[in-house]
Design a binder for this molecule. Structure first.
Ligand code: PGA
Ligand code: ZN
Length: 436
């Protein structure tokens, strides 16, 4: 049996230049595993606690030395000698050691770092790639990328209100082609913006963030770029949105500053209905706020049979909130961010609960990322078929896409790529209709 021999943590920097935690787990077999933890900007109120030092003298209070100390001291002492392949046992031990509901004692960042580093060490010890260790012989679907090529909201201050405008190159026959199509559209968009005298500087997730006056304007530019790159919108490449609407839900109104609108839930739903009727949109994430459950019920009734409705801040990868969604028929897909819940086993539980109840899942990065590509392996392992990890630009985003290229190559004929087929059948129908 391979045992944990040592655990160390250090403070490193993420893609935004903020500190985060990196954990290394060493086993008695000589194998090691290293993991670093990402960080959100438009974080949901119900996420597990990201422990920061709040010491204004270091990194503007964002240091993570407390979380690092918790790993190097409390967690290390507890876990040395534990069998590294018993992931559930280890995660449960961490959860019990923490003892709080939101992991605020040890920090969800500390716990997740140890949880993932342990899985990686165990995989290395068994000489298995991480996706194989996590998914066994069944994990072989390379996810369809959802690439955020225009950034707004909290990821690009001064931009439009919606946070993410994604392209989904689901008409391709392989991940390799899908990524290339996305990248070609991204480059076409760059030259288009440049030609129009618009800024080509990028936001936190690598998408462009020019100053524009409406969401439709952003969508029209993306459609032009798809055309310019030689693809057909709606058949080759579809669109997906993450408005991250909790951020602009103020005093019970959705406030779209760039369009000078202040909308009720029902008016916001109507706004989406019009967009969906006009454009080849197949997925909307966090269309309504994390607390607007009754609005979500109506949104799902109105649009749930046409497109994918993803809960991010709404569900926070948390089985209690996902269960509430299932029982109240809210949304039809769940965004999966391991650091929202704080351990690998709990992430897997959230995925299983979603899939068992007919909900799709989308494995996701955070806006503050590192070069850690665990989510790429996770998506292949669970066969969920959808990943969002930013624009095909900036290495902290591309490290995930590149890992998927490697996995697809290694799996050879065993690799499955389902393109739009990973989206619910009704969405495929919608796209086929668009094709006719
Ligand atoms: P975040 O944004 O990582 O800043 O929370 C990503 C998202 O909302 O999906
Ligand atoms: Zn989101």
């Amino acid at each position: 049996m391979v045992m944990i021999e040592d655990i160390t943590a250090t403070e490193i920097l993420d893609s935004r230049g903020n500190p985060t935690i990196e954990v290394t787990v060493m086993l008695n077999s000589g194998a090691t595993g290293r993991a670093s933890v990402p960080s959100g900007a438009s974080t949901g109120a119900y996420e597990a606690c990201e422990l920061r030092d709040n010491d204004a003298k270091r990194y503007g209070g964002k240091g993570v030395l407390k979380a690092v100390g918790n790993v190097n001291d409390i967690i290390r002492k507890k876990l040395i000698g534990f069998p590294a392949t018993e992931q559930l046992l280890i995660d449960n031990e961490l959860i019990n050691l923490d003892g709080t509901k939101d992991k605020s004692y040890l920090g969800a960042n500390a716990i997740l770092g140890v949880s993932i580093a342990t899985a990686k060490a165990a995989a290395n010890s068994l000489k298995l790639p991480l996706f194989k260790y996590l998914g066994g012989i069944s994990g072989c679907t390379i996810p369809t990328p959802m690439m955020n090529i225009m950034n707004g909201g909290k990821h690009a201050l001064g931009g439009v209100d919606f946070q993410e405008f994604m392209i989904v190159p689901g008409g391709a026959n392989s991940f390799n082609d899908s990524l290339r199509w996305g990248s070609e559209v991204y480059q076409a968009l760059k030259s288009l913006l440049h030609k129009k005298g618009l800024a080509t500087t990028v936001g936190d997730e690598g998408g462009f963030a020019p100053s524009l006056k409406s969401h439709k304007e952003v969508i029209e530019l993306i459609l032009q770029a798809i055309d310019l790159a030689g693809f057909k919108a709606g058949t080759d490449i579809a669109l997906a949105l993450d408005p991250a609407s909790t951020e602009f839900y103020i005093d019970d109104k959705y406030r779209l500053e760039c369009e000078n609108l202040s909308l009720t839930s029902d008016q916001m739903i109507e706004y989406y209905e019009k967009l969906v009727a006009k454009y080849p949109i197949i997925s909307i994430e966090d269309g309504l706020s994390e607390d607007d459950w009754s609005g979500w019920e109506r949104l799902t009734k109105q649009l749930g049979s046409k497109i994918q409705l993803v809960g991010d801040d709404l569900f926070v990868t948390n089985v209690e909130r996902i269960n509430r969604g299932i029982t109240t028929k809210v949304a039809n897909a769940v965004l999966i961010k391991p650091n929202q819940i704080g351990s690998l086993s709990e992430t897997m539980n959230a995925i299983n609960l979603s899939h068992c109840n007919g909900y799709k899942t989308v494995v996701s990065h955070r806006s503050g990322e590192t070069d850690d590509s665990t989510i790429a392996d996770l998506a292949v392992a669970i066969n969920n078929g959808q990943i969002k990890t930013g624009a095909p630009c900036r290495q902290e985003r591309n490290s995930k896409y590149n890992q998927l290229l490697r996995i697809e190559k290694d799996l050879m004929i065993q690799a499955k790529f389902m393109g739009f087929g990973n989206f619910a059948a009704y969405q495929a129908n919608r796209l086929i209709t668009a094709k006719a």
